[in-house]
Design a protein around this ligand. Structure first.
Ligand SMILES: C[S@@+](CC[C@H](N)C(=O)[O-])C[C@H]1O[C@@H](n2cnc3c(N)ncnc32)[C@H](O)[C@@H]1O
Length: 310
């Protein structure tokens, strides 16, 4: 990178800033400074949260923003939504194969701005989506069309000191060769006890009928434990949370089978700091936390990646 001391980065699909915390933590550890020169998210409430916490309001719909409107930067960060790709064939260029998808917008910005590196994050299923052809197009675009050296790995937040089973693919790319070990030494490990609040408002409790129904179906060996209801109505419980989900049903996860997670607990499960300001409704925080990424996991990846390429 040109100026090794200040990393200029952009935060695409920024949500509530998971990537921004992750890169700041990584840069701190490396003794480097960061400068976020552009952020974008289409969702008004995510913009409200981001503005309250980072003092800048992200721009909106990325599909409507020309790359020439984005200042120069070294590092692109993006947890892009996974949409269905309509694939016309792997032989064509990314403009033909990915148009109409949000990955296309990442690719066009990389193509025009030519940053040194990028870090992308997505659901684990991206790898197998459409029998693997979606991911092939993504890799082919990044490598063959845009000229990046690319590596990727499916990682689980549980291995990064957070009590949440959240498996995500992280894709890293740079203009020059690098070698990721994907091995991490995580010092700080949090358990559910560290995450859960003790004095919880009544509004977070499920109705007695729901609690009773769950208890008839399941007895948990864990206390505290988080009870998880899957799509077919089966109940299981664990000494950690299953993945927070933006669009999950209201009682998808219940602490000890009796109450929902509070907004602060959800943010903690994603590794957000205690001083993160909550300025939107409980329902919006649930959506935002479900969309966000595990900060400690991405911080560890970015730290290793940057130390390889700088
Ligand atoms: C998976 S979430 C990423 C969340 C983020 N990594 C975080 O830590 O909060 C994807 C985000 O993309 C945003 N998004 C969807 N379509 C968009 C578009 N056309 N332009 C900009 N943002 C968009 C959504 O509002 C959502 O916040």
């Amino acid at each position: 990178m040109e100026n090794k001391n200040i990393i200029r980065y952009i935060d695409l699909f920024c949500g509530i800033g998971g990537f921004r915390y992750a890169v700041s933590n990584a840069l701190n550890k490396l003794g480097l400074e960061g400068d976020c020169v552009f952020s974008s998210d289409i969702d008004k409430y995510a913009q409200d949260s981001y503005e309250a916490n980072f003092g800048e309001r992200p721009r909106g719909d990325i599909t409507q923003i020309a790359a020439s409107d984005i200042p120069g930067f070294n590092l692109l960060l993006g947890g892009f939504p996974c949409q269905t790709f309509s694939i016309c064939g792997l032989q064509k260029g990314f403009e033909d194969t990915t148009k109409g998808t949000l990955f296309f917008d990442i690719a066009r910005i990389l193509k025009e701005k030519q940053p040194d590196a990028f870090v992308l994050e997505n659901v684990k299923n991206l790898v197998g989506h459409n029998n693997g052809s979606t991911f092939s197009v993504i890799l082919k675009t990044l490598r063959d069309e845009l000229g990046y050296v690319v590596d990727y790995k499916v990682l689980n937040a549980l291995d990064f000191g957070l009590p949440q089973k959240r498996e995500r693919i992280v894709i890293v790319g740079a203009k020059k060769p690098f070698k990721m070990s994907w091995k991490f030494d995580i010092q700080e490990k949090k358990t559910l006890k560290d995450i859960l609040e003790t004095d919880v408002d009544k509004k977070h409790y499920a109705s007695p009928e729901i609690v009773e129904k769950r208890r008839l179906k399941h007895t948990s060996p864990y206390n505290p434990g988080i009870w998880h209801e899957n799509k077919s109505g089966n109940i299981s419980s664990y000494p950690y949370s299953c993945a927070l989900r933006a669009g999950a049903s209201y009682n998808y996860l219940l602490v000890n089978g009796e109450r929902r997670l509070t907004p602060r607990e959800m943010l903690r499960l994603q590794g957000f700091p205690e001083d993160f300001k909550i300025v939107v409704s409980d329902a919006q925080t649930r959506k935002q936390a479900g969309n966000a990424l595990p900060v400690t996991m991405l911080a560890a990846v970015i730290e290793q990646f940057l130390s390889e390429i700088l």
